[in-house]
Ligand binder design. Sequence first.
Ligand code: ATP
Ligand code: MG
Length: 384
Amino acid sequence: MDEEPVTMLIIDQDGASRNYLAAMLGKKGYSVLTAASGREGMILAWKLIPRIIIADPALPDIQAEELISRLRQDRRTATVPCIALSGRSDLLEMNRLLSAGFNEYLVKSNQTLSDLVTLIPRLFVTGPETKKGGLLFVFLSAKGGTGTSSLCANIGMCVGKTNSTKSVAVIDMVLPIGSIANIVGYTDHMNIVTASAQNPNQTTPLYFKDNLPKVPAWYFQLLAGSPNPETANQVAVGRMTEVIAAIQEAYDYVFVDLGRSLSRISLPIIQQADLLALILSTDVSAVTLTRTVWDYLLAQRVDAQRVYPILNRAVGLEGMTKAEADEMLGLQIRATMPYMGGNFTLANNRHEPVADKFPGDSATFMLLQAASQMSEQGQRLRNR
Ligand SMILES: Nc1ncnc2c1ncn2[C@@H]1O[C@H](COP(=O)(O)OP(=O)(O)OP(=O)(O)O)[C@@H](O)[C@H]1O
Ligand SMILES: [Mg+2]
């Protein structure tokens, strides 16, 4: 790489912590400036305008709130991403500093370095003002077998069918085995393994526009998942965010099935999403697990307005009501899918979309409604 290194400023009164981080981030290719106090930090920041500021909020001379508000008030540093890197895991401090203007709050740990390395590139690309390309709808569940893949494919189909001038892509990222190819009846070779193995300058938006296979009857183009666990090991996971961004540039709507994955790879994709479809079934354990996942995502600063919870009665008529699930989840369920008995599985086994196989069914009504609400809400959040 012959690009200029990204300059960052570390403000930390603790010499050992400051020097360690500076040395480690220096090794990662960043050009690092350091300061031991708030005032020293501000002076350096205004003089050299780093691309990123990382500050331990325990400063010897000024309050962290004062530091951030002065940086935000100055034209030179008003938009520089600032990370509070605190020695304390303190929810109150976190809320205070985030509302004062810090972009992120991280707690120091032995994972700090890898946390920062994942977080920093994202700070340059996220935020509603920088979202670009097609709308990104990410499907996630906390428990297996809740209908995530079926709903991702079927809602994707409804968006494609009802917006005939728009293009839709579906990406199956579930490891170790994707299931959308199976649902839609796709058997060819192109999938996330083959796509992510290609040379990065090959996988352009135009490449995906021209090469993602069209699936007859489904109104979308598919980047299929890994066909088996052995192949899954070859997925160049580090390239997935970039592949998704390229596909977003080429399509109006991009649906991603993440399954149950909550990892360092999937988290940036969730944070990048225009909408997160959180799929839960009606049993207590699914709702409890979903609540845990949601609490975690909330702490990762996923915006509740971007979450679209879908209650899927995949397991029968018993279980919680929507009101009970709302209450337990702490989020408003936006769509409820009725139990379809064996019909959903029948449609899947025949590779037919539910909306075409059972056009008069209330499930079809719900799928179409979810498709239109998600499009509308995603677009509205883009425009705000
Ligand atoms: N509303 C429903 N009514 C009846 N059956 C359903 C419903 N939703 C999903 N199913 C069935 O439940 C099964 C699991 O669905 P699916 O594979 O989409 O779930 P998943 O959450 O993606 O599972 P996994 O954790 O394996 O990825 C399928 O057989 C599907 O046909
Ligand atoms: Mg699945």
